[in-house]
Design a protein around this ligand. Structure first.
Ligand code: 6GU
Length: 287
């Protein structure tokens, strides 16, 4: 998988060289590149934002700089009609979506990629946005199969709404996601969260893929996970639940499942409401 991230603070993403993400990159499973949006500016101040049309506080990220950057990273040709910097441009005619096996035009002759990174997949363009639908585990699962993800990090009061509109009209798969009901200073941390949630689900990323199957938020009957313990059996007077030491796998499974149900009902009743009844067994119903 190839991941491009555009930001005015690309250093935020230096941490992706660490831990499992670093290992996945060393293995050639993943290629993450952070780009500085200001590299696509032409003015002396490298400005990327402007005041909001209609008034209001703060600044909004300008579409022209973003478009030059995204056109290049998506391998699209910049249309002449959008060349003007004064906003007096022609309307864009929507085109049909990319063919299966769509391949971006090469932006430089030296652009070769390791064979492990699928280059033929159509890219997915993702904008973090606190006013967008919530990013969930099922979005992460779906995106873990993509060949190319391109994230655009907004700052200030956000980005001009025509940026995602324009790329959607070009037939690009464009997503906007929030990561939770709180406000961050910019999209960088939200993108870090999404990239980690997505990449860990890629085949071959995890040493032990079983650890993904049993997790919270995974599958039809998504519940919060049961609590975990390690040795010693008694620590500072606190004992591990006895059933976990019994060696009876049936009883251990039942105990964990009951705990997952009880904790979910208490902490996240919305997840119980959303449960598919078919995901519950007879013993579950008693819990
Ligand atoms: Cl995606 N961006 C920002 N700036 N704040 C957020 C968010 C995103 N998701 C939750 N809060």
């Amino acid at each position: 998988m190839k991941i491009d991230i555009v930001s005015v603070f690309p250093e935020y993403f230096d941490v992706f060289g660490l831990s499992l993400m670093g290992k996945a990159q060393a293995k050639g499973l993943l290629e993450v590149k952070a780009h500085n949006l200001r590299d696509w500016t032409h003015d002396v101040h490298h400005s990327v934002d402007d005041t909001p049309v209609g008034g209001g506080a703060g600044m909004v990220m300008k579409p022209e700089v973003w478009a030059e950057c995204l056109d290049e990273l998506l391998g699209l040709n910049t249309p002449d009609v959008c060349a003007g910097g004064n906003g007096e441009t022609d309307a864009v005619t929507p085109q049909s979506g990319p063919e299966p096996g769509w391949e971006p035009a090469e932006t430089s002759s030296s652009m070769s990629q390791p064979a492990t990174i699928p280059a033929s997949d159509a890219p997915v363009l993702i904008f973090p946005n606190p006013s967008a639908p919530l990013f969930t585990q099922s979005d992460a699962t779906e995106l873990s199969h993509a060949g190319h993800l391109l994230f655009g990090c907004g700052r200030y009061e956000g980005y001009d709404a025509r940026i995602p509109d324009y790329y959607r009209a070009q037939g690009i798969d464009v997503r906007e996601y929030s990561i939770g009901d709180y406000v961050l200073n910019g999209g960088e941390v939200a993108v870090s969260v999404m990239v980690e949630a997505i990449t860990r689900l890629m085949p071959g990323f995890m040493g032990n893929p079983d650890s993904i199957v049993e997790e919270s938020y995974t599958g039809e009957g998504a519940l919060l996970e049961h609590r975990q313990y390690t040795k010693p059996a008694v620590w500072r007077g606190l004992a591990v639940p006895e059933v976990l030491l019994s060696g009876d796998h049936g009883k251990v499974d039942r105990f964990r499942r009951d705990e997952a149900l009880a904790r979910t009902a208490e902490i996240r009743p919305d997840l119980i409401e959303a449960l598919d009844c078919k995901a519950l067994d007879k013993a579950d119903r008693k819990t």
